[in-house]
Ligand binder design. Structure first.
Ligand SMILES: CSC[C@H]1O[C@@H](n2cnc3c(O)ncnc32)[C@H](O)[C@@H]1O
Ligand SMILES: [Zn+2]
Length: 448
């Protein structure tokens, strides 16, 4: 049995009472938190980390990523989503190899460890490679193979087989750090019959579903033109949003990324059904997709989490930037400075996201898994701190994350990443990115 003590900590538990403890300690035994308290700890510990008054909190959950896309960081910027995908990203992705996705995923894991993200929800291709990277890096990943049916039944059949294989092979692996979902890409790239089949498979296998929804006004208009209703109501007709099973006991998580063009009726439906929304403000701003009505969703009782989206539309995986942007964007579009206060943003980035990844994470309390970070407050940008939530959202940087523990294992200590060779990951992923871009350029030139 391994016992770790973290002491002298300013603890944000993010538990149901949002308990905040000054000068507290956390005890970790193997992969679990066994005590969170103030006062003096007792007993023998294999390892003691003196937090020296720094903030100790649950690790951040990035609920929408395409990790292999780290290799396409900066590959095509300043374009509208449809052109960006069709003219640049999809042709480049057609050249991806398994090795590219492995090193791109390792690079993504490294960036997440360095900026405080302990868990993420991914949708992409060559997902065995992302799973291997998660195994090695030590973080927590909820992985889905991104299925693009393109309204072609035969293609849909083979996509579903690939999605199923990922679930069968990886669900619960790496001591439960790897979980899986089905990932039908979007209502404007997949038929509702196909999306309903993916949902049924998820219910059968007891895993969730992850989908892009109402990201752009163009999607909303296309759906209305083709089906007479928006994407949300289109999929509601096949019970896609139900998170409870038929007997209202068992259920599966439904994770909807973007949700920018939601009507009041869509929001009400999501609240009733228990859908989790992944809000991706930086990607939405960069692609000019719009501003999701997040304060309205929270007021209606929707579980809203945060995500970065892929590195080609953000262009990083830094959840501290995402938190700040989320807060500022809501204040801007509502013209209400009270919209999306700092504490609500930290909730989105921790406990709300954790609900769809692992319900035993997202809060520091006895019995939960030991996934946490230490945020350095001995910094100019952390002086003074009147309110820890305000500091995290408006002033802190991802690079202030000093130490990270996931599943009871120390992945970064005092800014030193322990679970991988950082230089090797940077060099190998850079070489893969250069090769990928060259292949894509050669293919483009050959096609005229
Ligand atoms: C089917 S795997 C994921 C697929 O989605 C593409 N993608 C990346 N960012 C976005 C976005 O913001 N909206 C829609 N699709 C996106 C990615 O390039 C893969 O092809
Ligand atoms: Zn996406």
């Amino acid at each position: 049995m391994s016992r770790i003590l973290i002491k002298n900590a300013h603890i944000l538990t993010m538990d149901d009472n949002r308990t905040e403890i000054q000068n507290g300690y956390v005890v970790i035994e193997n992969d679990l938190i066994t005590k969170v308290s103030d006062g003096n700890p007792s007993g023998f510990f294999d390892k003691t980390i003196d937090a020296e008054g720094n903030i100790v909190m649950p690790g951040l959950s990035n609920t929408h990523t395409h990790l292999g896309m780290t290799l396409l960081r900066g590959y095509a910027d300043d374009m509208v989503l449809s052109d960006w995908l069709q003219k640049e990203i999809w042709p480049a992705e057609a050249e991806l190899t398994a090795e590219d996705v492995y090193w791109g995923s390792m690079l993504g894991c490294l960036e997440m460890i360095r900026s405080g993200t302990t868990a993420f929800c991914d949708m992409y291709f060559f997902m065995d490679e992302t799973a291997k990277a998660v195994e090695k890096a030590g973080i927590r990943g909820c992985l889905s193979y991104g299925m693009i049916e393109l309204f072609d039944e035969e293609r849909g059949n083979s996509e579903l087989i690939k999605g199923e294989r990922l679930v069968k092979e990886w669900q619960g692996k790496a001591n439960g750090r790897i979980t899986t979902m089905y990932g039908p890409h979007a209502p404007n790239t997949c038929s509702k019959e196909f999306i309903a089949r993916a949902k049924k498979a998820a219910e059968r296998d007891g895993v969730g579903v992850h989908i892009h929804v109402l990201e752009t006004e163009d999607e909303l208009n296309t759906m209305k033109k083709n089906y007479g209703v928006c994407s949300v109501h289109h999929l509601d007709s096949v019970n896609f949003w139900n998170t409870k099973g038929d007997d209202l006991t068992a259920g599966v998580d439904v994770l909807a990324a973007h949700c920018v063009w939601m009507s009041d009726g869509d929001i009400k439906l999501f609240a009733e059904k228990g859908v989790t929304v992944s809000h991706n403000p930086i990607s939405n701003m960069k692609l000019s997709s719009g501003a999701a009505p997040i304060q309205k969703m929270l007021d209606a009782g929707v579980n809203v989490a945060l995500g970065t989206d892929g590195c080609a539309s953000n262009n990083n995986l830094n959840m501290f930037e995402e938190m700040k942007t989320a807060a500022l964007l809501q204040k801007l579009v509502t013209t209400d400075p009270e919209a999306l206060p700092a504490k609500a943003v930290v909730e989105m980035a921790t406990r709300n996201g954790a609900k769809v990844i692992d319900k035993k994470t997202g809060a520091l309390k006895a019995g939960n898994k030991a996934d946490l970070i230490v945020v350095d407050t001995k910094k100019a940008n952390a002086t003074p701190i009147f309110d820890a939530y305000s500091h995290l959202v408006y002033s802190a940087a991802g690079s202030d994350v000093k130490t990270m523990i996931v599943d009871g294992k120390i992945l970064m200590e005092d800014y030193l990443v322990l679970s991988m060779n950082e230089n090797e990951v940077i060099e190998k992923s850079k070489a893969c990115a250069i090769g990928l871009a060259k292949r894509a350029k050669d293919k483009k030139e050959a096609n005229g």
